[in-house]
Design a protein around this ligand. Structure first.
Ligand SMILES: *[C@@H]1O[C@H](CO)[C@@H](O)[C@H](O)[C@H]1NC(C)=O
Ligand SMILES: *[C@@H]1O[C@H](CO)[C@@H](O)[C@H](O)[C@H]1NC(C)=O
Length: 530
């Protein structure tokens, strides 16, 4: 054992013994793509605090590599899906959102989107099956005596595993479409009048037409969910051996760590077991590599622009690449552009194209004036953290909706990837760089982001440890989970009260009629006797 290793083991052992933290045994659910990127920093912090972390990984994982050297251990399991099927699925998903969606009608988008999600659930069930029906792996999990299961619900069944192991479950997620999981399964109140559904591209200030649209958005998504949750409901019932729904089992979770905060999201009502921890992965900038620093410094007072379209889009079509490159050539700033594949012909001397850039370190550099982004939450949060205004070129998933948030907060302009022209990009860049309001708003968001009692990462870690210490956090779960929809909305109480009011009214009318009749009759009989 090397001496440094010795010391760190010693320090960790000390942390476990004298710290107030009990050393927990944490199981982490498998995930993919940016979800995995988001989860990793949290795992690092948990390991730093002396916990042991084990990550489940399925055999067809595209993004997780169990042979990679890591500080946590992997628990691999086999699935009947091939790596090729998984890669093809991701590619089809991206192609649909990038190139097809603009040529389709709204109904076609709903139809195709429905089938994509339905297929994703089919894959997910196959993955669940690989784990839940593997006696070897399940036995190992039971024997390992985990204290908590940490899961991004994008892949289902973590709730079934937590139930089987008898351990608390903590979800960590950014959002679900129309807040379906949070709203329908987690009971998070989401009045459609002022909480725009995730992905609907509205702000919290809605006109009548927009409120109507938002209401219908929630309603159509709920109807679609009814369709694509059927298969998984059946699977959950089969595994649990009793009629169950996916949503009801999800609702058993102890805690929900939502990866947004009021710097990014609109204020909304929430429950005691929902914690908003947006910006978990953000950290101060480190110094740049020497040659990059030299390039950045050569920009003088004009500063630099940082440009990336995220980890899933590696290269562009030649035509798009040239269009963007010639726009970048027309601004006085220097540009660092993350792009692989063929270099555009129209590349100007002020632009440097690189396979990879240290995005966070560049965004935190004092010379950075703007960030051109696809609008993924990770990049947006880094820009908020460092107070950099944005030019958004959103493409798929939550990206368009994310950029609407940033535009509503005055920190970004939005471009349309499919229709934008060179001049649009030049104008957008000049606006966020030269109009002071964009920078001021970005700095304001940054101040809000930093000014909180505890950093988002520490808050997330606190709640995970809280759940382990207290063997769950069910005391934070609202009773709404146990109510039917008519009880939740007090419709039975209304019906009861209405019945009483009607009864009293009826009684009153009857009494009046009775009195009237009595009077008339009395008068008549009096006259008779006279
Ligand atoms: C997965 O399948 C491979 C090849 O069939 C096998 O060697 C391995 O033991 C399996 N892993 C688990 C965890 O069952
Ligand atoms: C990206 O590059 C790969 C290989 O380098 C190529 O097959 C693919 O067509 C490119 N994509 C686009 C959109 O140009």
């Amino acid at each position: 054992m090397k001496p440094t290793r010795h010391i760190s083991v010693f320090v960790i052992a000390q942390l476990c013994i004298i710290g107030s933290v009990n050393c927990g045994n944490i199981l982490v659910w498998h995930t993919e793509g940016s979800h995995w990127i988001n989860l990793k920093p949290m795992l690092d912090t948990l390991i730093d605090r002396g916990h042991s972390v084990t990550v489940l990984v399925q055999s067809a994982s595209v993004y997780m590599d169990p042979t990679e050297k890591a500080r946590f251990s992997y628990e691999p399991f086999n699935t009947s899906i091939s790596m090729q099927q998984m890669t093809d699925f991701f590619e089809e998903f991206i192609h649909f959102h990038m190139y097809e969606i603009d040529h389709l009608s709204y109904l076609q988008i709903l139809w195709k989107g429905y089938h994509i999600v339905k297929r994703e659930f089919k894959f997910s069930i196959q993955i669940c099956d690989g784990l839940l029906r593997s006696e070897t792996v399940m036995r190992r999990l039971r024997e390992a005596k985990y204290d908590v299961l940490l899961s991004d619900p994008i892949y289902p069944c973590s709730d079934l595993v937590a139930e089987d192991l008898g351990i608390p479950l903590v979800y960590t997620l950014r959002f679900s479409i129309a807040h379906m999981w949070e709203r329908l399964c987690g009971q998070l109140p989401s009045p459609p009048s002022f909480v725009p559904g995730a992905m609907v591209k509205l702000t919290d200030e809605m006109s009548f037409a927009e409120r109507l649209l938002n209401f219908l958005f929630y309603a159509t998504q709920d109807m679609m969910a009814y369709g694509y949750w059927q298969d998984i409901d059946a699977y959950y019932s089969e595994i649990r051996g009793k009629p169950s729904t996916y949503c009801e089992v999800m609702g058993q979770a102890d805690l929900w760590l939502i990866r947004t905060y009021w710097d990014f999201d609109y204020p909304r009502p929430f429950l005691p077991n929902f914690k908003f921890v947006g910006g978990i992965h953000c950290k101060p900038a480190k110094p740049l590599p020497e040659d990059m620093e030299e390039f950045v410094q050569s920009s003088g007072d004009d500063g630099i622009v940082v440009f990336t379209l995220g980890s899933m889009i590696k290269n562009l079509t030649t035509e798009k690449g040239n269009m963007i490159a010639s726009a970048l050539g027309q601004i006085p700033q220097k540009v660092l552009w993350r792009l692989s594949g063929e270099k555009p012909e129209t590349l100007a001397p002020n632009t440097r194209v690189l396979d990879w850039i240290p995005q966070n370190d560049l965004l935190g550099h004092p010379k950075t004036r703007a960030f051109i982004t696809h609008g993924g939450t990770n990049g947006i949060y880094e820009a908020i953290y460092h107070g950099v205004p944005m030019v958004g070129i959103p493409m798929f998933a939550d990206q368009p909706d994310n950029m609407v948030h940033m535009k509503a907060k005055g920190a970004a302009v939005i471009m349309n990837f499919n229709t934008m022209k060179t001049q649009d990009l030049v104008d957008g860049l000049n606006a966020v760089i030269n109009e002071p309001s964009y920078r001021e708003n970005a700095l304001r968001l940054s101040r809000i982001h930093h000014d909180r009692p505890i950093s988002p990462k520490d808050e997330a870690v606190f709640w995970i440890e809280f759940t382990m210490r207290n063997k769950g956090a069910k005391h934070l779960r609202v009773q709404a989970h146990e109510l039917t929809w008519y009880q939740y909305h007090s419709l039975d109480v209304f019906a009861f009260l209405l019945a009483i009011v009607m009864l009293l009214t009826l009684l009153f009318i009857k009494t009046c009629l009775f009195c009237v009749r009595r009077c008339c009759y009395g008068a008549k009989s009096k006259r008779k006797t006279e």
